[in-house]
Design a protein around this ligand. Structure first.
Ligand SMILES: [Zn+2]
Length: 349
């Protein structure tokens, strides 16, 4: 008895990854990337950098366009003004400038992690100079991305702590100048480890950023995450992601009756499958921006990706889904770009 008990303990210890204590995941911690902490203040305009807007002959520079979400490209419809362009991160104003208005802010890692990618050739991306840091709290890899940097002081493979210096705030990349200098920050899931194959199949321009292209990183509501995490420090990322509202569901045939590769990275995405059940199809739930929030077995047999549900909308679904769906009301179909997107998420290309 004594020996088998000891063996059991030894076996369970051997299954732990380094740094983990028995039965616990590393705790999920999050800090702000610059000295600008006005996200928690009563005046968010001190936190977010504005953009320039010209709409129906009126010019403005709304700070609200620096938030995460559908905050850009206004369009008047018979159901009022809507925003059709999605901003996948937040634009944080500099907290420090010199007398020539040059931003001086340090950019720091949001949390412990490893530098996964650093783009130091600013002309190769709309993000300009940017860094991607990979974090893992036991629920799969998550990625923070810091864009438009003036300089980068880390390299791929460097381990970083929450608060470690990554670089300096700047204004590299498309559509940005000294006045509008900011750091664009995203917090994302990775869609496919075979992104480069998918990209080569459908795009002719070179991909300089391997699997760390913005196209392969699906950003979540990072400002909502800061607020939710502050209100409830024990909140987990799967819990937070499931809070993102469902906008549509797509069923796809199950290849070789196997779980989808994305659920190997994010096992918590898959729900409702009995042990030993190998369904003929899967149903993926997505937010309006395309963040996958849940994957379940789908009972009906299908031959190709099919929209099985969409949130009722009085305006075209195209506006609400980055043009991945067409249709209106309770009817929707995948557009070409929607089909390519589903292929990327499901590794079926
Ligand atoms: Zn931005």
């Amino acid at each position: 008895m004594k020996i088998s008990g000891l063996l059991l303990i030894l076996l369970s210890i051997c299954q732990l990854s380094p740094g983990q204590t028995h039965g616990e995941k590393p705790s999920f911690n999050l800090g702000l990337p610059t000295d600008n902490a006005a996200i928690f203040s009563r005046d968010p305009s001190k936190f977010y950098m504005y953009t320039y807007r010209s709409f129906e002959g009126v010019s403005s520079h709304p700070w609200t366009a620096g938030r995460y979400g559908f905050v850009r490209n206004q369009r008047r419809t018979s159901h009022g003004i809507i925003f059709t362009r999605f901003h996948e991160g937040i634009d944080i104003r500099p907290a420090h400038r010199d007398k020539n208005n040059q931003p001086l802010d340090d950019i720091r890692s949001l949390a412990d992690g490893v530098v996964a990618y650093a783009n130091k050739v600013s002309g190769r991306s709309n993000y300009g100079n940017y860094i991607v840091v990979r974090h893992d709290w036991g629920d799969g890899p998550f990625f923070s991305l810091y864009a438009h940097l003036r300089s980068i002081s880390v390299k791929k493979g460097d381990p970083v702590k929450g608060g470690s210096l990554l670089g300096k705030l700047g204004y590299t990349g498309a559509g940005i100048n000294r006045e509008r200098a900011h750091v664009h920050v995203e917090f994302a899931m990775m869609l496919s480890e075979r992104f480069e194959t998918w990209y080569k199949k459908y795009f002719t321009s070179p991909n300089h950023h391997n699997i760390h292209s913005g196209l392969n990183l699906s950003g979540m509501d990072i400002a909502g995450l800061f607020h939710s995490h502050k209100a409830n420090p024990s909140l987990t990322l799967p819990e937070f992601i499931r809070m993102a509202g469902a906008y549509y569901k797509v069923a796809i045939p199950s290849r070789n009756l196997q779980p989808l590769p994305i659920t190997k990275r994010y096992p918590w995405l898959e729900r409702g499958r009995d042990p030993g059940e190998f369904p003929a199809a899967w149903e993926i739930t997505l937010s309006s921006s395309g963040l996958p929030t849940e994957i379940r077995p789908y009972a009906k047999k299908i031959t190709r990706p099919t929209v099985t549900w969409v949130k009722d909308s009085p305006v075209s679904h195209s506006y609400n889904t980055l043009s991945r769906l067409s249709g209106i009301g309770s009817k929707a179909t995948l557009t070409n770009s929607g089909q390519l997107y589903i292929q990327l998420i499901t590794d079926t290309f």
